[in-house]
Each structure stands twice: as C-alpha cells, then as structure tokens.
Design a protein around this ligand. Sequence first.
Ligand code: BTN
Length: 240
Amino acid sequence: MHEVHLDVVDSTNVYAKKHCKSFPPGKITCVTADEQTAGVGRYQRKWVSPKDVGLYATFYFTLSLNTLHLASLAQLMALSLASVLQKEGLKPEIKWPNDVRLHGKKISGILCETQFHPDHVDIFLGIGINVNLDAASAAKIDQPATSLFIETKKKWDKKEVLKKLQAQFIHDLERFKREGFGPFHKQFDQLLALKGETVRCFDGKKTWVGICHSLTEDGQLNLQLPDHTFHTLLSGDIKP
Ligand code: BTN
C-alpha cells in the first residue's frame, strides 16, 4: 500500500481526486490527514474533522469496469471496520447503507466516489472514524455520535487502528474483486441495525416507510411496506 500523510488538508477525498494521476498505478494509495478543514460527508453534509482525534482516510484504487457490485464498495469498507472493531471486543452494527455504529451511535461514516473511464473506474473510498473524540465534542455533532474513546474510556493509537483497517480492507477487497458482495452478505445482514423496526427513507423523490427487513444479495435494502409488499432501496438514509 502506498501511503500519503498530510498534517492538514481540506478533504482527503478531494486531495486524492486532484493527485491520483501521480499515485503509483496498480496499487492502493491511502491518503490520511491529522485534520480536515472541509471534510465532506454523504449528501453534501460536512464531516467534522478536528485535529488528531479522528482518523480521516481515503483509499484510492482502480477497478475494471466489469467488477461486480461496484455500488457496494462503501458497505465493504463498513464491514472491514466492523471486523476490526469486533476483534477489539466491541459490538458494532451497521446502519444501512454504511454507517458503523456502537450502542446506536455513529462512530464512522464512509463516502465512496467514483470516476468512470473507458477502460477502468477510479475509486475514492473515504472513511472517517471518531477515535479519541471526547463526549463534549461528540455532543456537538448534528446526529448521535460516539467514539472509541467514549465507548472504551481509553485513548486509542490512531496509527494502530489505521494499520488494522488497511490489512482487513486489503484482504476483503481481494475477495470482493473475485466474487463481488455475495460472500459478505451474511455478515452484513447479521450486523444490520434497526432490523425489524419501522424506518423511513427519502429516496430523492418520496419518503418510504416500512420495516427494515433484509438485505439483497448485492447490498440493497428490502423494506416491507404496510401492505406487506417489498420495496428495495438502492441508496438513501434510513431513520427510525
Ligand atoms: C458520511 O457519513 O456522511 C460519510 C463521511 C465520510 C468522511 C470521510 S473523512 C475522510 C474522507 N474525506 C472526506 O472529506 N470525507 C471522507
């Protein structure tokens, strides 16, 4: 893995998009920063990125155009982080599509951006993890948020967390390239937050209300509607 570390940057995703042509071809480049001044989340939201307390990373790599289930890459990263946290004795859940949570609060968000070319696709897979964020700072975030520090009452070494995540992701990505999201489906389904609960989701056009039922083979969400039919969500944000 090729690593680029920056003290401060607007956003590691923006940096990776600007500089990817100079990254070594055929390798994963991981861009990290101690602080982001304009961290971006999904749906043009901000990602609060104070100095040192969080892990801010973008994994850049290319995939062939015929890669299966490209739209599930962010979910793959969520699972890689969940595996790392499980090995640390924690009990993560994933709120579909890719928010990693501990005790019902968000600890990590993932933003996957793609750029299609005639013969390959560039992937910019950004992940923010609240590592040593304190409770007062977490309370200022506009949705229930937590950190490894808040959950375990000990300070974590960001570099160690990053190393473990990189190793797990390299391993998971190799399998994903060969077999798509299929082999990860069961693990994801087992970690699915809000399962069996009524949730709502705005898909850009209308708000769907239904029971958070199950995951399709490629990572989409089946909602069971009040008339017992199913609606499959491709993307969106579910709320209890
Ligand atoms: C979300 O939950 O809305 C996704 C948040 C993604 C944040 C990460 S932090 C590293 C990378 N750089 C960014 O500007 N965003 C992603």
